[in-house]
Design a protein around this ligand. Structure first.
Ligand code: G3I
Length: 371
């Protein structure tokens, strides 16, 4: 792997721009926007965001400047809309949707169905009641935002082979109650509730060249084929891309896989891009450089696939890195010989909303795509 210094990156930017006849906006205006650079080459660039934008004005401004597309991090999830029972509270989700509309950010909702992170109250319901609950959730939620969203992650993370469920599916209330049919049912229901929105199947791990990633990829392809054979409406497939440099990866192999997916006639979105730095050195400059390198190399590979239409970071700033909220992260840093008390630096802006090398790396990869 070629190591990349910042000078190299800037050289890349100039070189890429020349070859792609795209001049990075930094060269034009100084106040570049990754959303604008992406738009020049047919890519919607954006980020996850959520209720923090109502307290954090500088971050709200940054999101509005950088993003042409966005994803609600949590507020449109089942457990956030219905934390204590079947009755939904849409108040915060409504605010986020309105903010995105005011700022002309195409908004993605995630996720109508996820077999993880569900509120405990649904465990009190029988399988048939869960089916009715799922139908009601989709009818109410998708209808409420009909015509206002870019796309829905209708089902998130359908597979997780270590759960040892038939077909490698992820265990959880919806699968355990309704089997894999819950996927077809959810997509059909969502299409009826809003025929204008793009319906997306979103998956994790596929970017990894480890046993997990290589086991999920064929399962996902088979599910896509089965859905299309059954006439289930599927417009796009999302790949989360929570990249882990400490695990095996082969960007050329993943690019080939994306071409396989693209042959099914669906759009492809990179939906939750960030780089887990738990396996990287403590030294901040070196860690930032490696995070930048991984962003760049991965995006160069996937942006060579024309059907990749959107690249969405899972937040823009380290200050909202989900890696800072999960228990396992510090253990992972320690396991790799790092200082467990250090802060994750997994994103393209730092805590003070200053660009990191990863910002330039993303710009270089976007600008280097031939429109
Ligand atoms: O803000 C509350 C805090 O007040 C409370 O004390 C604390 C104790 O439970 O919870 C805090 O909320 C947590 C929230 O993250 C903000 O940190 C929720 O419990 C926690 O469930 C939530 O986790 C989210 C996770 O999905 C589960 O929904 C993360 O924000 C979010 O980044 C993460 O995103 C997922 C994608 O949806 C799917 N792909 C993987 C990705 C990362 O796990």
């Amino acid at each position: 792997m070629v190591e990349m210094t910042r000078r190299d990156t800037l050289g890349l930017v100039a070189g890429a721009a020349a070859s792609a006849h795209v001049t990075p906006l930094t060269a034009q205006s100084g106040l570049a926007s990754l959303g604008a650079v992406g738009a020049q080459v047919g890519v919607l660039f954006g980020s996850a965001f959520d209720r923090e934008i109502f307290q954090d004005a500088p971050y709200r401004t940054l999101i509005a400047r950088e993003c042409r597309i966005g994803t609600t991090e949590n507020s449109l999830k089942f457990g956030w809309l219905r934390p204590r029972g079947p009755t939904a509270d849409f108040a915060i989700a409504d605010e986020i949707v309105a903010y995105a509309e005011r700022n002309r950010i195409a908004l993605r909702g995630t996720a109508l169905v996820w077999n993880d992170w569900n509120p405990t109250w649904i465990n009190r319901h029988s399988p048939s009641e869960l089916g009715a609950l799922l139908d009601r959730h989709i009818d109410e939620t998708v209808t409420r935002y009909r015509g206002r969203l870019h796309s829905w992650d209708v089902v998130n993370e359908p597979f997780f082979p270590p759960h040892r469920r038939a077909g490698g599916f992820r265990k959880g209330p919806w699968f355990d109650a309704l089997g894999k049919d819950h996927i077809f049912r959810a997509f059909r229901r969502a299409a009826k509730a809003d025929p204008t929105v793009k319906l997306t199947l979103n998956e994790g791990f596929c970017e990894q060249e480890d046993e997990l990633g290589k086991s999920v990829r064929p399962l996902l392809l088979r599910l896509i084929d089965e859905m299309q054979h059954a006439g289930v409406p599927l417009h796009a497939v999302g790949f989360q891309a929570h990249l882990k440099p400490q695990l095996p990866f082969d960007d050329a192999a993943f690019q080939a896989y994306l071409n396989e997916v693209a042959r099914r006639g669906v759009e492809i979105y990179i939906t939750e891009l960030d780089v887990d730095d738990s396996g990287l050195p403590d030294d901040v400059a070196e860690r930032d450089r490696r995070v930048a390198q991984r962003h760049h190399d991965f995006l160069k590979a996937v942006l060579a696939v024309p059907q990749v239409k959107a690249v969405i970071a899972w937040h823009l700033s380290d200050k909202y890195s989900w890696y800072r909220t999960v228990d396992w992260f510090r253990q992972e840093v320690r396991r790799h010989g790092g200082d467990p008390m250090r802060s994750a630096r997994t994103h393209i802006y730092d805590d003070q909303l200053v660009r990191k090398p990863a910002w330039t790396a993303v710009e270089s990869a976007l600008a280097g795509r031939r429109a």
